[in-house]
Design a protein around this ligand. Structure first.
Ligand code: SF4
Ligand code: SF4
Length: 165
C-alpha cells in the first residue's frame, strides 16, 4: 500500500511541533503566510518520509493526515492485472500480525489448535531480532512472560490451557 502525506496549510498554526518530532527531518516551517497569519509547515524532503505518522499524531491542530493510496501495480507485458497475494494459514497470519504489531518475545507451550503460531514465530522472530522460547509447561511459560513487559519489550501471552475433559 502506498501513502500520501498532507498538511492542511490553513489549519496549521506553525507551532513547529511536527518539525521537532519528525525522525527523518522531513518537515520545515515555510515562509508563506496562510489565511490566519501563520507560517505553516511543509514537507521539505518528502522523499525521506517513512510515513511513521508521528507528526500527525502530535499535531495539536490535526492539520496533518496520512492517507492510504491504492497501489499502482505495473502493467504486465501481456496486459494482465495480476494481484499480489499471500496465502497463509490462519495461525500464521495471527503470528505475522503479532510481529507487525511489535511482538518481539514469544514464550510458548504449543498446544493444538494453535501450535502453528509457535512454529511460525520460532522461525520469524529471530529474523526480526526477537526471541522465541518453548517452555516445558504452561506454568513455566507463565513465569517467562512476566519478565519482558517491565523491560519494555513486546510480548504475546502463552497459548490458553486446554480444557480438561
Ligand atoms: S504540528 Fe500541526 S500546527 Fe504545528 S506546525 Fe506542524 S502541522 Fe502546523
Ligand atoms: S510521517 Fe514520520 S517521517 Fe513523515 S513527515 Fe511525519 S514524522 Fe516525518
Amino acid at each position: 500500500m502506498a501513502y500520501e502525506h498532507l498538511i492542511d496549510k490553513d489549519r496549521c498554526k506553525g507551532c513547529g511541533l511536527c518539525v521537532a518530532v519528525c525522525p527523518k527531518n522531513v518537515l520545515e516551517i515555510g515562509t508563506r503566510m496562510n489565511t490566519k497569519g501563520y507560517f505553516p509547515a511543509y514537507q521539505a524532503r518528502p522523499e525521506d518520509c517513512i510515513f511513521c505518522a508521528i507528526c500527525c499524531t502530535m499535531c495539536p491542530d490535526v492539520a496533518i493526515t496520512i492517507n492510504e493510496m491504492p497501489k499502482q501495480r505495473p502493467a504486465k507485458p501481456n496486459g494482465g492485472n495480476e494481484m499480489g497475494k499471500v496465502l497463509m494459514k490462519g495461525n500464521e497470519a495471527i503470528a505475522e500480525a503479532a510481529i507487525r504489531a511489535g511482538c518481539l518475545n514469544y514464550f510458548a507451550y504449543p498446544i493444538t489448535p494453535q501450535s502453528e503460531v509457535a512454529e511460525y514465530l520460532s522461525k520469524r522472530l529471530p529474523e526480526v531480532g526477537g526471541v522465541f522460547l518453548q517452555g516445558e509447561s504452561e506454568v513455566a511459560v507463565s513465569y517467562m512472560i512476566s519478565a519482558p513487559p517491565p523491560a519494555g519489550r513486546g510480548c504475546s501471552p502463552p497459548p490458553p490451557a486446554r480444557a480438561s475433559a
